[in-house]
Design a protein around this ligand. Structure first.
Ligand SMILES: *[C@@H]1O[C@H](CO)[C@@H](O)[C@H](O)[C@H]1NC(C)=O
Ligand SMILES: *[C@@H]1O[C@H](CO)[C@@H](O)[C@H](O)[C@H]1NC(C)=O
Ligand SMILES: *[C@@H]1O[C@H](CO)[C@@H](O)[C@H](O)[C@H]1NC(C)=O
Ligand SMILES: *[C@@H]1O[C@H](CO)[C@@H](O)[C@H](O)[C@H]1NC(C)=O
Length: 482
C-alpha cells in the first residue's frame, strides 16, 4: 500500500502499513504494523496512566450534574467517556452553551492570524466546487461536514494512520463545539511536503490554486496548514496524545533542574531522512573537534523491539540545549523538543507548521544557520554557557509558549477558526458525495485495536466545551509581516 512513502515525516523511515481500505472499519490493525524503524529525536513514552482523560487542557469540566455523555456502542470508547448516565445529543449540546460565559472569551494567540494569510489566495475569488475537486489530485481524503456530521470519501491510504488520527481529531472538534461548525467540503493531503506551488498560480488570472489542507507548507507554496495527527497520538511509534505527552514532559523537566543539565547541545533522531540531518551529524564531538554538541542516532528498530523502554520523554530533558532540525519536511519532534525547558537551537527551517509562526528567534529559541551548522551550534552553546540566565530564560519562554499557546484548547480553536474562515469562502452548498461514508467516534474508535484504540480513547473529547473558542484577531497589517 504505501508506495509513495519515501515521503514520511522526518523521523521515521518506512513502515509496512496495512489497513483495511474500507473506510471506517478495521482501520487500525496494529498487529500487522511492522514497525521497521522510526521517528523522533525527542522521543517518547510509556508513561504510566496518571492522567485523568476527562480533563482537557484548558477546557473546564462541566459540573458533574450536567455533564453529558456520548452515545456509545463499544467498550473502549465507553470506558473512557462515560461518567454519568446523561445522554447527549447534538441539539442538547448546542442549547447548553451559555452565552454569558462566552463573554469571558480569551483572545487567540497571535499565530492564529496566519489563518487569514493562508486563505488569502481565495479571498477575492472565493472557492468553487471545481477548485475543491481539483485538489483531489493529491488528496488522501475529502471531508464534508453537513449539519454537524462528518462524511469522508477516501482516495488512497496515507502513511501509517495519519489520516485516521486527523479525522479523529476533527470528530473531537465537532464534539467540543457541537453545532458551531458550518457546513464545509475540503480536501486533505496527508503527505509531508507542500504541493501547490505559488509560482504556478500567482499572477495567472486564468489559473486558480486548489485549496489543499496538509500539515505544513513553505514560502513557495499555497498549501493550507492544519495541526498534524500526533496531537491525538502517533501510535506507530508509541507517542501518546499531546495532552498526555505534555504532562509527562512537565514531570521530566522537574527531574533535572537547569543547573544539573548537561551544558551541551543534544539531538537524537534519524539522520537518514534528509541530507541536512546527515550534515548535522558532522558536528558531533570528536577527538579533533569540540562543537559543544552530543548527537545520537535513534535506533527505532531496537526501541520498538524493546517496547520503547529506553526512549521515555522524561529522560530527554537532561541537556541545557536541544537541537531542532527538520527532516523530509517539518518534524513532529518540534513540540516535544521545545517543551523541555532547555534552550532550543533551531536550525533554519524551510517548512512551517501552524504554530511555529508565532515563535520569535532569541525570545523562544536560538536560530542556527543551516549552511554552517557546526560553528553556529558551537557559538550558541558558548553564548548560553556565558549568559546562563538569559539562555535559561529563552528555554523557559519557548516551553511556556508550547504549554500555554499550543495546548489542546488552542489546537482545537485553531482548527475551529481555520475551518470556519475556510467555509466562509465556499461559493457552493456542500453536499455529501454519493460514495462518502459518515464517520463517528464509534465507527472509528470501535474498529481500532491495541494502542490505536487506547490513543483514541485517551484523546477523546468527553463533553462539549462551555468555554467559547478564543477570539480571532484581525488579519495582519501587510507592513507587520515584513
Ligand atoms: C471496559 O471496562 C470494563 C470494566 O471495567 C472491562 O471489563 C473491559 O475490559 C473494559 N474494556 C476495554 C476495551 O478496555
Ligand atoms: C446571563 O446573565 C443574565 C444577567 O447577568 C442573567 O439574567 C441570565 O439568566 C444569564 N443567562 C444564563 C443562561 O445563565
Ligand atoms: C516539581 O518538583 C517540586 C519540588 O522539587 C515539587 O514540589 C513539584 O510538585 C514538582 N512538580 C511536578 C509537576 O512534578
Ligand atoms: C557522538 O559522540 C558521542 C560522544 O563521543 C558518541 O557517544 C555518539 O555515539 C556520537 N554520535 C554519533 C552519531 O556518532
Amino acid at each position: 500500500m504505501l508506495r509513495d512513502s519515501m515521503m514520511n515525516n522526518n523521523e521515521e523511515r518506512r513502515h509496512n502499513t496495512v489497513s483495511s481500505s474500507s473506510p471506517g472499519k478495521g482501520i487500525m490493525k496494529p498487529t500487522v504494523f511492522i514497525v521497521v524503524s522510526l521517528f523522533i529525536s525527542a522521543a517518547l513514552l510509556n508513561f504510566l496512566g496518571f492522567h485523568d482523560f476527562n480533563v482537557l487542557a484548558g477546557s473546564k469540566l462541566i459540573t458533574k450534574k450536567h455533564q453529558p455523555t456520548f452515545p456509545y456502542q463499544c467498550d473502549a470508547v465507553q470506558n473512557q467517556s462515560h461518567q454519568t448516565q446523561y445522554h447527549y445529543s447534538q441539539n442538547n449540546g448546542a442549547s447548553r452553551f451559555n452565552p454569558n460565559r462566552s463573554k469571558q472569551r480569551s483572545t487567540c494567540p497571535s499565530y492564529f492570524r496566519w489563518i487569514h494569510e493562508d486563505l488569502k489566495p481565495w479571498k477575492e475569488t472565493g472557492i468553487t466546487r471545481r477548485m475543491v475537486e481539483e485538489a483531489s489530485r493529491t488528496a488522501h481524503f475529502r471531508l464534508v461536514i453537513r449539519n454537524g456530521k462528518a462524511y469522508v470519501k477516501r482516495y488512497r491510504k496515507s502513511i501509517q494512520t495519519r489520516d485516521d488520527f486527523t479525522l479523529w481529531g476533527i470528530l473531537q472538534l465537532l464534539r467540543r463545539y457541537p453545532g458551531r461548525l458550518p457546513d464545509l467540503d475540503l480536501m486533505f493531503d496527508a503527505d509531508d511536503r507542500p504541493v501547490v506551488r505559488s509560482d504556478d498560480f500567482i499572477g495567472q488570472p486564468d489559473k486558480e490554486p486548489p485549496p489543499v489542507f496538509r500539515y505544513c507548507s513553505d514560502d513557495a507554496s499555497l498549501d493550507i496548514v492544519f495541526p498534524d495527527w500526533s496531537f491525538w497520538g502517533w501510535a506507530e511509534v508509541n507517542v501518546k496524545p499531546w495532552e498526555k505527552s505534555l504532562e509527562a514532559i512537565k514531570e521530566g523537566n522537574n527531574m533535572t533542574q537547569w543547573e544539573d543539565r548537561v551544558a551541551y547541545a543534544y539531538w537524537r533522531g534519524n539522520p537518514y531522512v534528509d541530507p541536512t540531518r546527515g550534515d548535522l551529524l558532522k558536528c558531533n564531538v570528536s577527538e579533533h573537534e569540540e562543537w559543544n554538541t552530543r548527537l545520537y542516532i535513534q535506533d527505532w528498530d531496537k526501541e520498538s523491539k524493546e517496547g520503547y523502554k529506553n526512549s521515555k520523554l522524561e529522560n530527554q530533558c537532561t541537556h541545557r540545549y536541544k537541537i531542532y532540525i527538520e527532516g523530509w519536511a517539518w518534524s513532529v519532534s518540534e513540540k516535544y523538543i521545545m517543551a523541555c525547558d532547555s534552550m532550543t537551537l533551531y536550525v533554519k527551517p524551510r517548512f512551517y507548521d501552524f504554530y511555529i509562526r508565532g515563535m520569535m528567534p532569541l525570545q523562544h529559541y536560538w536560530p542556527i544557520r543551516d549552511n554552517s551548522k557546526c560553528t553556529s551550534l558551537k557559538f550558541a552553546v558558548h553564548w548560553g554557557n556565558t549568559h546562563v540566565e538569559k539562555a535559561r530564560e529563552i528555554g523557559e519562554m519557548g516551553s511556556r509558549f508550547i504549554r500555554e499557546e499550543v495546548n489542546m484548547k488552542y489546537v482545537y480553536d485553531y482548527m475551529f477558526h481555520l475551518l470556519k474562515e475556510y467555509a466562509k469562502l465556499l461559493k457552493f452548498k456542500p453536499e455529501v458525495p454519493l460514495d462518502a461514508e459518515e464517520i463517528t467516534p464509534d465507527s472509528m474508535g470501535c474498529a481500532a485495536t491495541e494502542r490505536w484504540r487506547d490513543f483514541m480513547a485517551e484523546s477523546m473529547v468527553t463533553s462539549p466545551s462551555e468555554e467559547s473558542p478564543c477570539e480571532m484577531l484581525p488579519p495582519y497589517d501587510p507592513l507587520d509581516l515584513k
